[in-house]
Each structure stands twice: as C-alpha cells, then as structure tokens.
Design a protein around this ligand. Structure first.
Ligand code: SF4
Length: 223
C-alpha cells in the first residue's frame, strides 16, 4: 500500500529532516490533486516495502528524525496503525497528512500516542467543500471534518491546518471564512498552488495570511 517514497525531505515535516511515504488511494476527488496517480489509481504504481524503508532509516538514524506519512489519504488504509507502530518502534517521529475525513482514526492514533505532528487539509470554507473535494453534497460528511478539527485541536499533539489556494477558485473572502471557522487554532498554513489552474503571487498569499492572522497563533505562507 506504500505507493511512493521520497527518501529525504527538508520541507515535509516542519523542523525535521524526514523521509516521506505516500499511501495509495483517496476518498476525495480534488480536481487539482497533486498526486492523482497514487490517489486515484494506486494499482498502477509499484509497492514499496516497509522493511526496505525501515532498513533505509536504520542506516540514517544520525540525521533523519522522522517519517511523514502522506497520500492519497492515509487514514483510509486499514494497516495504518500497524505501519505507524513499526516506525515508532524504531524511534522515529511520525507526521501524518490527512484530509480529516476519518476522525475515529485520528482519535486512535492520538490517544495511543502514535503521532507527533498532524497536518490537516482544510479544502475550502464549508459552502465550497463539495467543489474543492470533488464529493457531492449527499456523500460529503462535513460533520466528520468538524470532528477531526476538534480532535486535532483539543489534544496535545502539534498540528497545522492548511489550505492550498487555487487562484480564481478560492478568494480572499473564502480564506477569511476559513479563518473564522478555525479561529483559536495553533497554526494555519496557506500553500501556493502551482499547476494548470495557475499560481497565486506570493505577495497576494501574504496578504491573505495577514487578513487571517488574528485568528491563529501562527500563520505561514508556503510558496
Ligand atoms: S485529498 Fe489530497 S490526495 Fe486526496 S484527492 Fe485531494 S489533493 Fe488528492
């Protein structure tokens, strides 16, 4: 189920040098997906074995500190807890990227102290979630997203909420709505989208960040 592997990353885990693994499959259908092969047709990518990854890590323990588990959506993988346990047993920190659709999985990995950092995507303000996630209203479970937000905020684990800003699709008003929704949270990251739908200028993103900064302890722009 591990369908991608970046052996060394300086940016995927804030403050730590890490290796990043990508689990196949996703329950969202974001039109701008950055990893669509792994998310939508994981069977077309080869598998990486956890043994190989752990072996790689064991030989680099002096400088790699953590593993970023990304996707796809890692929480839909039924072997996630076992996978994290194997990584933790070797003494590495774990960061999890998630779209927040499986609050019960988030709760389990938090209460069993299996995760050190959670990065949860906030795709859009509530009223635009269907458009950005690619999930129709009758199937989108916004309550699950709300529960994940609360679980992440109320427990003693470092976290960030983050939004990829697609030009022309998410406006400054939308970012302000997200800021109000998440108000009081630790950290919010605005990520620049670069792709076929364009790219928002960094100074514009910075302007958005300034608008929402009163709602968070920290706001970052990732260009
Ligand atoms: S949640 Fe992430 S992996 Fe899934 S479709 Fe959206 S961008 Fe792609």
């Amino acid at each position: 189920m591990i369908k991608g592997w970046h052996k060394l990353s300086l940016i995927d885990y804030p403050g730590h040098l890490c290796t990043t693994i990508f689990l196949g499959g996703c329950n969202f259908r974001c039109f701008y997906c950055h990893n669509s092969d792994i998310a939508f047709s994981p069977e077309s990518s080869p598998d990486y074995s956890i043994e190989d990854i752990l072996d790689y890590l064991e030989h680099r323990q002096n400088y790699i500190e953590g593993v970023c588990i990304s996707g796809g959506e890692p929480t839909i993988y039924c072997g996630l807890i076992n996978l994290i346990e194997q990584i933790k047993s070797k003494g590495f920190k774990v960061k999890l990227d998630t779209n927040g659709t499986r609050p019960e999985v988030l709760w389990d990995i938090i209460r069993y102290k299996l995760v050190d950092y959670i990065a949860m995507d906030i795709k859009a303000p509530r009223y635009k979630y269907c458009l950005l996630s690619g999930i129709s209203k009758e199937y989108l479970d916004l309550d699950a997203i709300e529960r994940s937000i609360e679980i992440v905020r109320k427990n003693r684990v470092d976290y960030e909420f983050r939004t990829t800003v697609i030009p022309e699709v998410l406006s400054m008003e939308d970012i302000i709505l997200i800021g109000c929704w998440l108000s009081g949270s630790q950290k919010y990251v605005l990520q620049s989208y670069k792709g076929k739908y364009g790219c928002l200028a960094v100074d514009r993103l910075t302007q958005y960040a300034e608008m929402v900064s009163p709602h968070f302890q920290k706001v970052e722009v990732r260009a």
